[in-house]
Design a protein around this ligand. Sequence first.
Ligand SMILES: Nc1ncnc2c1ncn2[C@@H]1O[C@H](COP(=O)(O)OP(=O)(O)OP(=O)(O)O)[C@@H](O)[C@H]1O
Length: 220
Amino acid sequence: MIVFEGVTKRYPGGHEALTEVSFELRHGELVVLSGHSGAGKSTLLKMIPVLERPTHGRVLINGQDVSHLPRQAIPYLRRSLGLMMQDNRLLYDRSVFDNVMLPLVITGHAPADAARRVDAALERVGLGGRGREMPIGLSGGEQQRVSIARAIANRPSVLIADEPTAHLDADYAHEIAQLFESFKSVGVTVIVCTHDPTLFAETRPRRLVLNQGRLIEGAE
Ligand SMILES: Nc1ncnc2c1ncn2[C@@H]1O[C@H](COP(=O)(O)OP(=O)(O)OP(=O)(O)O)[C@@H](O)[C@H]1O
């Protein structure tokens, strides 16, 4: 369902962040992306919602080549994706409910339908009934779960999480990992980027490992 075909990314200025990266992810698969700092992990993730485009090669999602998608079609693609990117912080002047609701409002969901989805997403991450609280009053792990709720509220078929357990202690990180595991059973394809080798250690998911922009493990 997600296919990278010989993807190379050269940023303006000449730095090659990805070199000839190819792999295929199946529907409902959970994969862990790792590699040293600067290996190209965020760049790879950004290709999926077309936050970046390949210099060479193609990215296919459900058979559609998104690397050449016209600008106006990008919002439609993003509606089917759940994104937890590194710079998507929670808004601290809005309630938990409003944080999860905001992307749904932006993508044009009717308010009543959006509110139902928000409640369902908060329930899914174990924060049912906590919507009126402000993020600042929640623990780090709970705040991350709000970010997950925000990413899954539109019921995405693909969930992309860039360092979702950064700054969390081991217990919270483990909880978040279990939550990601649970999405597999409902057919969501999950890509988690992490520096933490102990995360998912028990379930041993497929690992994609980048080294200086090249995929050195997990291509199959
Ligand atoms: N917009 C950009 N313009 C120029 N170079 C960039 C840009 N974004 C990333 N790079 C460079 O591309 C390389 C890969 O960066 P990327 O953020 O994808 O790595 P990463 O594996 O996610 O690193 P980290 O674990 O530190 O977040 C780095 O050398 C980085 O400096």
